[in-house]
Design a protein around this ligand. Structure first.
Ligand SMILES: [Mg+2]
Length: 262
C-alpha cells in the first residue's frame, strides 16, 4: 500500500484528462469516527468541497455509506448526487431508484432478532441496536472492554440459527456487528453497478473511478475496482485491496481539494 501524497505528481497527470466518478464512504472517511452514529456532523469545509465537486463537469459524486439511505442523505444534504445507503442495499440519485428484493420473511426475522438482541443487551451499558430498515447494527463502541466478548457471544447466540440456514448474512465493522439480507450485494457490487450505468449514461466510454473508504465493508469496493481505477484506504497502512492510503479524514479533505483543483 502506497502513500498517496508521495505519488501525487504522477497521479495528477493521470487524472488531469479524465472524467472521474468519485465514490466516498462517510464515517471514518469524510468525518472522524465518533462514539455514537448521530454525533457525526459534516464539517463546513467538507460540505463546501462536496458542493464544488458536485457541480464540476469533470466529476460525478457518489456517497456510499453503511448508514440507512435516509440518514446519510440528511447528513450530506446535497441534491443531484448519488447516494447509496446500507452498504449498497439502497441507491438513489438523479434518475436512479434501487431497492433490493428482500422477502417479508426476512423482515420478520430481522424484527425478531432486533427484539431479542435489545432484550439480551439491555443490561450492558453502551450497547445498542440500530434499525436501518434492510439491516440491523449492533454497536458496542461505548461498551466496557471487558464486556465485549459477552456482547459477541450474545450476538452469535441470537443469530446463529438464522445464519446456518442462510436466512441472514453477518458483516463485522469497526465496533459494530451487522445483520444483512442473504443476497450477494455489497459495496463492491454497487460501485460496479453505478459505474457501468454511468459509462452508458455519459456515453464517454471512459469514466475513471476513485473509491475512498476506511472499513472492512469498503474492501469489497477496493477489490471490485482493482486495476480499474484508484482505490484509497483511510487509516494506518495495512493489508488491503486498496492501492493507496491516506492517514485520516483530514488527509482525505486535502486530497479532495487537490482533485477539485485539477
Ligand atoms: Mg467508514
Amino acid at each position: 500500500m502506497k502513500n498517496l501524497f508521495r505519488h501525487w505528481d504522477n497521479l495528477e497527470k493521470e487524472l488531469s484528462n479524465k472524467y472521474i466518478m468519485l465514490f466516498l464512504d462517510y464515517d471514518g472517511t469524510l468525518t472522524p469516527i465518533v462514539s455514537t452514529p448521530e454525533k457525526a456532523f459534516i464539517s463546513r469545509e467538507v460540505k463546501e468541497l462536496l458542493i464544488g465537486l458536485s457541480k464540476s463537469p469533470k466529476c460525478k459524486l457518489a456517497i456510499i455509506s453503511g448508514r440507512a439511505l435516509k440518514d446519510i442523505k440528511n447528513i450530506i444534504g446535497l441534491k443531484n448526487i448519488i447516494y447509496s445507503g446500507n452498504h449498497g442495499l439502497e441507491i438513489e440519485g438523479p434518475k436512479i431508484k434501487f431497492e433490493p428484493l428482500v422477502s417479508p420473511k426476512y423482515r420478520m426475522i430481522l424484527r425478531h432478532i432486533k427484539n431479542n438482541l435489545q432484550q439480551k443487551i439491555s443490561y450492558i451499558r453502551g450497547a445498542f441496536v440500530e434499525d436501518k430498515g434492510f439491516s440491523l447494527s449492533l454497536h458496542y463502541r461505548l461498551v466496557d472492554k471487558k464486556q465485549i466478548p459477552q456482547i459477541k457471544t450474545i450476538f452469535h447466540e441470537t443469530v446463529i440459527s438464522y445464519l446456518v440456514c442462510n436466512k441472514i448474512k453477518i458483516k463485522p465493522g469497526k465496533m459494530v456487528l451487522e445483520i444483512r439480507p442473504p443476497i450477494k450485494w455489497d459495496k463492491g457490487r454497487v460501485v460496479l453497478w453505478l459505474l457501468t450505468r454511468q459509462i452508458f449514461a455519459a456515453q464517454k466510454g471512459m469514466v475513471f473511478p476513485i473509491y475512498i473508504g476506511d472499513d472492512a465493508t469498503d474492501e469489497d469496493a477496493f477489490k471490485a475496482l482493482k486495476n480499474k481505477g484508484l482505490t484509497i484506504f483511510v487509516g494506518k497502512p495495512k493489508e488491503s485491496y486498496a492501492q493507496y492510503y491516506l492517514k485520516n479524514p483530514k488527509e482525505v479533505v486535502g486530497f479532495l481539494r487537490r482533485i477539485s483543483e485539477i
